[in-house]
Ligand binder design. Structure first.
Ligand code: ZN
Length: 131
C-alpha cells in the first residue's frame, strides 16, 4: 500500500491527486486489477470527477455549501458537522479499475481528494489489488 500525504490550504478544497495515484499504480507493477483510493478521515472524502474545467469544482463547492451550510444549528458540538455530512455524501473511498497497467479513467476524469475541514495535513492510502 502506498501512502500519500497532502497539506490542504483552505477549509473546502478539491485536490487533484490523479498523477500521484498513477505513480502508485506504476510502482505496484500490476497489469490488470483494481486500485482503491481511501482516505482515513471523517471530514474529507475521495471523488472522481472532471479534471479539465475548473468551473466544475467551483460549482460543486458553491452548491454543496448551499446544500450543507457551515455554522447551522447542528447537534455535533465540534463545529464541523457540515464537513462530516459532506464527507458522508462523497464517501471515503473510490475504486478505479486497472487495465494494461494503467487506471481506466475516462478522458475527462480525475481523482480528487476533497477537503471539508481544512487547512490540515491529510493522508490518502492507495491500494492496488492484482486480478
Ligand atoms: Zn467533528
Amino acid at each position: 500500500m502506498k501512502q500519500l500525504t497532502l497539506s490542504t490550504a483552505s477549509r473546502n478544497e478539491y485536490v487533484d491527486i490523479t498523477a500521484q495515484v498513477r505513480a502508485a499504480v506504476k510502482e505496484a507493477h500490476i497489469e490488470e486489477g483494481l486500485c482503491v483510493i481511501y482516505c482515513p478521515h471523517t471530514t474529507a472524502a475521495i471523488t472522481v470527477n472532471e479534471n479539465a474545467d475548473p468551473s466544475v469544482f467551483r460549482d460543486i463547492r458553491e452548491h454543496l455549501g448551499a446544500l450543507v451550510p457551515e455554522g447551522k444549528n447542528y447537534a455535533h458540538a465540534e463545529g464541523n458537522a457540515d464537513a462530516h455530512i459532506k464527507s458522508a455524501l462523497f464517501g471515503c473511498a473510490q475504486p478505479v479499475p486497472v487495465t494494461k497497467g494503467a487506471l481506466a479513467l475516462g478522458t475527462w476524469q480525475g481523482i480528487f481528494f476533497c477537503e471539508f475541514d481544512g487547512p490540515r495535513k491529510r493522508n490518502v492510502y492507495v491500494q492496488c489489488i492484482k486480478q
